[in-house]
Design a protein around this ligand. Structure first.
Ligand code: ZN
Length: 459
C-alpha cells in the first residue's frame, strides 16, 4: 500500500527540509519528497536522517562482545592476537542455525540504533571440520535470512581466505574459512550471488580477507577481474605485526603493495588502514578508494589511530563500521573517531572540510555517502526519488533537540544524542524499529538467549 508521511524535518545533502512530505510506493520506494505548508498522511514528530550505513561487520563476533575484558593472566600480554585466539574458538563452534540467531539479534540491535544497511564481511563459510556445506553458501544464506528477520538491508561480502599468513598454510583453527584455490572462491561467490536472489533485502560484494590470507598472484587476479559492479572489501594494515610480516614477505608495506599491484579505485573499501605512511595516505585518497574506520573496535583492540588529518587534506573518503560490535551506536562511532583525533591534534576541527565548519553534518554526509558505496549502491543524494526510503528518525521532542535551531541540529544529534533519542528506523518505507518496538523482536531475543545457552559462550 502506498503511504505518505510528513516529518517535522528531513535532512538533505543541502540542509534541512521542514514539514517534509514523503510519498512512497507500495514497495517503500520514494515517489516524491518536498516541503509543504500542510501535513499530508501521517505526521511524524521527528527529524529524519538518511539511515546509517554499517560498512563492516563480523556478525558471529557479537556473541563474544564484552567477553574479552577479564585480563586474568597477570603479566601475560593480552592484545589483538590473544583476542583473535578467543574469537577463533567461538568461530569453531557455531552451527548455521546458531549463526542466524546471533546475526538476527545483532541486526535487530543495529536497527534499534538507526542502521538501515550492513556490509557483512563473511568468512565463516564451512562446516566445523572444514568441509563445505551441501548448500555451499549455507552460512551466507543464514546471514541474509537474519537481516531479513531484523528488517535491514545486507550487502553480503563472502571473503576469499586461503592461507594462514604470508606464505603459510592455514592453521587448524582457520579450517572453516578456507577456499584453497581461486576457483573454489569463485564457486562460493557465484553460489552466494544465486542464493541472494531469494532475498529482496540482499546484495553481494567481493572480498579478500587480507593480504596475509591470500596468495599475491590470486589477490591480483581477483582485483583485475572486478568489473565495478560490486564493491570490493579487504582488511588492511590493522596491526603493526601485519605490516612487519608484509614487509618481510613482499618488501613493501600492505597498502603500498596493493596500490602498486592492483587497480585500486572507488569501488575499493580498505578496512582499518590504521598504520599508513605518507605515500600510502596520499595513494589511497588519490585512488578514490574509501577507508572503513571502526573506531569502537579499533579502540577496544588497541589497534591505533588512523592518519585522519593527512588523509582528509588529500580529500580521502571514509565510512564507519562496527566490526566486532563492542559498540553499536553510529553516533558514538563518529564521536570516538573525532575525539581520538582531537586528543592527538589538540584541535576540534577533525571533520571540518569547508567554510560551513559543520562537523556533525560533514561526518554524517561522508559516512553515509562512502557507506552507500560500500554497500554497492552509491548515491550522492540522501533521499532520491526511486530509491528505498531508509531513515533514522530522531525524536523532535527530546529536550536538547527540541530547543536546537536548524543550524545546530546535526551537531546536537551527533555530539549529544544517544539511542534513547531515536524515535525509530525506517527501511524500505517500513518501521523496523519504532519507540521501542522492533520487527520480530520477541522471537529474535528468544532464539538468541537459547543459542547463548547452547554455546555456553557467555558463561
Ligand atoms: Zn574486520
Amino acid at each position: 500500500m502506498a503511504v505518505t508521511y510528513t516529518f517535522k524535518g528531513l535532512l538533505t545533502e543541502s540542509g534541512w527540509l521542514t514539514n517534509a512530505v514523503v510519498k512512497l510506493d507500495a514497495s517503500g520506494k520514494i515517489l516524491s519528497i518536498g516541503e509543504s505548508e500542510k501535513t499530508e498522511g501521517e505526521y511524524i514528530d521527528g527529524y529524519a536522517l538518511p539511515g546509517f550505513q554499517n560498512a563492516h561487520s563480523h556478525a558471529f563476533q557479537y556473541a563474544m562482545a564484552g567477553l574479552a575484558e577479564l585480563h586474568t593472566t597477570t603479566g601475560a600480554q593480552d592484545d589483538f592476537w590473544s583476542w583473535r585466539n578467543a574469537m577463533y574458538s567461538l568461530a569453531l563452534t557455531l552451527e548455521p542455525g546458531q549463526m542466524e540467531a546471533v546475526a538476527a539479534m545483532l541486526y535487530s540491535e543495529m536497527a534499534r540504533h538507526g542502521y538501515t544497511a550492513v556490509a557483512e564481511f563473511h568468512y565463516l563459510h564451512h562446516d566445523k571440520d572444514g568441509t563445505p556445506y551441501a548448500n555451499l553458501p549455507e552460512m551466507g544464506v543464514r546471514l541474509m535470512a537474519a537481516a531479513q528477520r531484523a528488517g535491514v538491508h545486507i550487502t553480503l561480502v563472502p571473503m576469499f581466505y586461503q592461507q594462514g599468513g604470508f606464505g603459510q598454510v592455514p592453521v587448524e583453527k582457520q579450517k572453516r574459512f578456507i577456499s584453497a584455490t581461486i576457483a573454489d572462491y569463485y564457486k562460493l561467490l557465484d553460489s552466494t550471488i544465486q542464493a541472494a536472489k531469494a532475498f529482496e533485502n540482499a546484495s553481494v560484494g567481493v572480498g579478500i580477507h587480507s593480504l596475509r590470507a591470500v596468495k599475491p598472484e590470486d589477490v591480483i587476479a581477483v582485483c583485475n577481474a572486478l568489473d565495478g559492479s560490486r564493491p570490493f572489501h579487504i582488511h588492511v594494515s590493522e596491526q603493526l605485526k601485519e605490516i612487519e610480516d608484509c614487509v618481510a614477505y613482499h618488501g613493501k608495506r600492505p597498502v603500498q603493495w596493493l596500490l602498486d599491484n592492483c587497480p585500486v579505485n572507488k569501488n575499493y573499501h580498505l578496512v582499518h588502514a590504521t598504520h599508513l605512511d605518507g605515500d600510502e595516505v596520499r595513494g589511497i585518497a588519490q585512488s578514490g578508494a574509501s577507508v572503513v574506520l571502526c573506531p569502537s573496535t579499533e579502540g577496544n583492540l588497541g589497534d591505533g589511530l588512523f592518519s585522519f588529518e593527512a588523509y582528509k587534506n588529500h580529500g580521502g573518503r571514509w565510512s564507519i563500521g562496527t566490526d566486532s560490535h563492542v559498540g553499536l551506536n553510529p553516533l558514538e562511532e563518529l564521536r570516538i573517531l573525532d575525539y581520538g583525533q582531537r586528543l592527538i591534534s589538540h584541535k576540534r576541527t577533525t571533520f571540518v572540510t569547508d567554510d560551513s565548519g559543520d562537523s556533525g553534518f560533514n561526518a554524517l554526509k561522508m559516512a553515509w555517502q562512502s557507506g552507500r558505496r560500500a554497500m554497492g549502491a552509491p548515491s550522492k543524494q540522501f533521499f532520491a526519488v526511486g530509491q528505498p526510503f531508509d531513515a533514522a528518525v530522531v525524536k523532535a521532542a527530546s529536550p536538547l533537540i527540541a530547543t536546537a535551531s536548524a543550524k545546530n541540529l546535526c551537531n546536537t544529534i551527533v555530539y549529544s544524542a544517544d539511542v534513547s533519542d531515536m524515535l525509530g528506523t525506517v527501511v524500505s518505507g517500513k518501521w523496523v524499529s519504532r519507540e521501542g518496538s522492533l520487527q520480530n523482536r520477541d522471537a529474535i531475543v528468544a532464539d538468541f538467549v537459547r543459542v547463548m545457552g547452547e554455546l555456553g559462550a557467555r558463561v
